[in-house]
Each structure stands twice: as C-alpha cells, then as structure tokens.
Ligand binder design. Structure first.
Ligand code: GLA
Length: 380
C-alpha cells in the first residue's frame, strides 16, 4: 500500500488503515428490522492511505480503478457514474466532519484491496471503516469502535443513499479472528462468538449484477416498514418488525400478500438466529448448518431476494459432503452464496460446483475460501 501511495502521490502516506470485508453468517435483512444478526469479518479487506495536502484539494485513487478523482474540499458531495466508489471515502469524511472533526486542508487518499469488489462481501463498508480509522488517526479525532460502525452506516444511509442496517459496518469494525460477530441491532450491542473449530467458508459469487439491486433492496426495506405500520395498528408499542411473533401475524388479518411474507421471514429468521446462538454454544455444527440452509429457503420463498443462480449454488452445495449449510450472503438478488464447510470440502469440490454452475448458466462464478479475520485498525 505504501508503495502504491508513493507511486501515485510522490511522497509517503501519513496514516494507513485497513478494514476487512464481511460475510453475513445468518440474519438476512434483520439489521434494519431491529433483529439479531451473526456475521464474520473475513481475512481479506481494503487498505486506505492518507496524507494531508497544503491546499484545499482532495485527490482519490484506487488501485483497482487507477484513474485519479480530484475535487475541492468545499465540494464534497456524492459523485455519479464510474467514479462512484469515491462516495464511500467521501461519505465517511463528510459524516466525520458533521461529528466535529475539523479537516483544515486537502488530502491525498489511496485505496488498495485484496477483497473482490461487488462480490457481496461489503467492500463498501470496508472502505468506509478504513477511511474512518485513517482520518480519525490523522486528525486525532477520538471515535470508539461502535461509533465508527454507526458513522459508517450513516455515510451509507445519508451520503451514498442506501438504506442499509449496521451489519456490514458492524462486522468490519468488530471482527475477530476465529470468531463471529453478533449484533443486537435494536440496541447496537456488539459481541464476539467463537467460530466452530475446523470450519471455514467457501464463497461462490454468481457475478450476477443488475442495476436494480439497490432499488430492490430499498423496496424490501419499505415493505418491512409498511408491514410494521400494519402490525402497530394492533400492537402500538411494537418496537420493530423483529419483535413481532407468529401469534401477532396470525391476528393481523390486514397483513397479506408480500407484506405478510416479508414479516414471516423476519419473524422466522429472528428465531433461527437465536437458535443458531444456542447451537454454536452447544457445539452442534450440524444444526448451525441446517439453520443457514433454512435461512436461504426463507429468503427465497418469503423475502423474495434470491435468484435462480443463488438457488442453484445453494441446492448443489448442500449435496456435497463436508458442506454443513449454504445460503445467500448479504442483500441478495444476485451476489454471493456462502457455504459453511469442514475439511472434506476443498478446492476440487468447489471447482466441481463452479463447473456445474458454468454448464447451467454459461459463465463461471468466482470462488474463494475465507477464514474469519480481525476488525478495522490503523496500521503501525
Ligand atoms: C446488505 C446491507 C446490510 C444488510 C444485508 C442483508 O449487506 O448492507 O445492512 O441489510 O444486506 O441482511
């Protein structure tokens, strides 16, 4: 990273920070519904290097994109088009300024990564968190881990315009090697739960992307809020959709069609996350795996955020010896499938799955294995 920065800007960076990507373990679309989620920071991520400039110019460059984006410090606002990646560092800069961090001069900012971009591993949250840590260190602006995750989410909600919850930023901030990240999204309480020994992840990315993903995510978000509004007519003090229960859903005769299906997913998934906590504590990895696969079925059948490609991968993965469970990970509508695997499922088996996918869909999914990793930090 330091070399890349020097090549681009002709001097060394003042601060380098790194932040990991994440996998959503279980708890699909529960975060903005106030539910519990389990995720993991992985052992891949992004690095951000920064150095102050004497003028009022901000220059940003990413190793993946190469072209330099330049703007004035007084012109920090969202950028459209192919340079859209700069909205993540700029969004973080903007929310940190709102948080009281003074930015008296311009900056050079460089980004490198060993995390595939746009693969459902939340490279965006990793850029936000790494930028946050780098800038807070540069300007000696104290921000604790929880607040940094919340500021990352705020950057995404208010600057990027994506109504996401705290899952991605929370995992990138609170990741810990050999552990999962547990988040109670009603209170933003973060903790770590040991990852079952001997298990790891395989990630197969469908490469399916379409322009509607963001708007589909926003539609699901709105449907959940609409379902909550209907349920509050019966139970006015209902805290959030994840606090609903089967009895309330049965009593709410006004809740029908898609809204009922979304609410049933949220209620069922909340129960599955709680059961997964119990299964992890009991060392029952088979039950953990079954919950992951059941989560996928609920996303597919009730939440309507899977697709043919993801269903194919999950269906074929779970037939393989060594795969304990598999599901879509993240927002859905494309993106990646994650399989929780023991040592029997390795490179050859993953390639076999990719071959089967290629003969069905005519293109190969990208695949890689990932282990849990540590959360965002400034590099010494
Ligand atoms: C995306 C969002 C998260 C979360 C997941 C779905 O990753 O950024 O906040 O809502 O989708 O669980």
């Amino acid at each position: 990273m330091r070399v890349f920065f020097e090549e681009q800007f002709g001097r060394p960076p003042a601060v380098v920070a790194r932040a990991p990507g994440r996998l959503e373990f279980i708890g699909n679309h529960l975060d903005y519904n106030g539910g519990p989620v389990l995720g993991a920071a992985i052992d891949r991520g992004v690095k951000i290097a920064v150095a102050p400039r004497p003028d009022q110019v901000i220059r940003l460059v990413s190793q993946a994109q190469k072209n330099l984006v330049e703007l004035d410090l007084s012109q920090v606002r969202p950028v459209q088009g192919t340079d859209g990646w700069v909205n993540y560092p700029l969004g973080m800069l903007s929310v940190l300024r709102d948080d009281g961090m003074a930015v008296p001069h311009g900056l050079d900012i460089a980004v490198t990564n060993d995390l595939p971009m746009g693969a459902g591993l939340s490279s965006s949250a990793a850029i936000e968190l790494a930028t946050g840590y780098a800038l807070a260190a540069l300007y000696r602006h104290p921000v604790d881990r929880k607040r940094m995750a919340e500021l990352g989410r705020k950057a995404e909600n208010t600057f990027v315009g994506m109504p996401c919850g705290i899952l991605d930023q929370g995992c990138s901030a609170f990741g810990k090697k050999d552990h999962l990240v547990a988040i109670d999204c009603a209170t933003n309480t973060f903790s770590n739960v040991p990852m079952p020994a001997g298990l790891r992840f395989w990630v197969l990315n469908t490469q399916k992307k379409h322009a509607l993903i963001d708007s589909l995510y926003a539609t699901r978000h709105r449907e959940c809020m609409d379902a909550l509004a209907v349920l509050r007519r019966l139970r006015p003090n209902l805290r959030d959709l994840a606090s609903a229960d089967e009895a309330l859903l049965a009593a709410a005769t006004d809740l029908q069609g898609d809204l009922l299906a979304r609410a049933r997913h949220v209620v069922g998934e909340t129960a599955r996350v709680r059961d997964t906590h119990l299964a992890l504590a009991a060392g029952d990895s088979a039950r953990v795996g079954r919950n992951l696969t059941a989560s996928h079925a609920s996303s597919r059948d009730l939440f309507g955020n899977s697709c043919e490609e993801l269903d194919f991968l999950v269906e074929h993965a779970v037939r393989c010896p060594g795969v304990l469970g598999a599901r879509l990970t993240g927002g859905g509508f494309g993106g990646a499938c994650m399989a929780l695997c023991d040592a029997r499922f390795g490179e050859a088996e993953a390639k076999g799955l990719a071959d089967a996918y290629a003969s069905r869909f005519g293109h190969r999914p990208t695949l890689f294995t990932a282990a849990t990793g540590d959360g965002a930090a400034v590099e010494a």
